[in-house]
Ligand binder design. Structure first.
Ligand code: ZN
Length: 147
């Protein structure tokens, strides 16, 4: 029998070991540095936009597998989307994270990020999962593509 939780764990580990979009692109529209002091996770994120379009989200970071893997998943998910679409994805993920395990998340919207739904049962790890997502929201605000 295939255990969903172990599949999800494998996906998280895979993104941790082989992160996507890691390595900061130059000349970003906005650049942010976010930390999660409770775990020691850090993320630098560079956002490049063209009008409302997210051209690239690159990042660098250190920290636990959840924080690093979830940033990797996020950057892949929002590439080529509009800022409004990206905001909807971030809001959907935040809703899952505040659900205490009751919402699994819609894979149509969240893609691989549904793998982190189980994290919402562990209050100490929620900030790890949200770190990159809040960094992107901050970068989008700085780039003035959302309000
Ligand atoms: Zn962490």
């Amino acid at each position: 029998m295939v255990n969903l939780e172990s599949l999800y764990q494998e996906l998280i580990l895979d993104h941790y070991k082989n992160p996507l979009n890691k390595g900061l692109a130059s000349n970003p529209s906005a650049s942010v540095h976010h930390v999660n002091p409770s775990c020691g996770d850090e993320v630098d994120l560079n956002l490049i936009v063209d009008g409302e379009l997210i051209v690239s989200v690159t990042w660098d970071g250190v920290g636990c597998s959840i924080s690093q893997a979830s940033t990797s998943v996020l950057t892949d998910l929002v590439q080529g989307k509009s800022a409004q679409e990206a905001l909807k994805i971030i809001d959907a993920f935040s809703e899952v994270m505040s659900s205490k395990g009751s919402i699994g998340g819609d894979p149509e919207i969240l893609g691989d990020a549904v793998a982190f739904s189980g994290v919402s049962k562990y209050p100490a790890r929620i900030k790890c999962a949200l770190l990159g997502w809040m960094a992107l929201k901050d970068a989008m605000l700085q780039a003035k593509v959302i309000r």
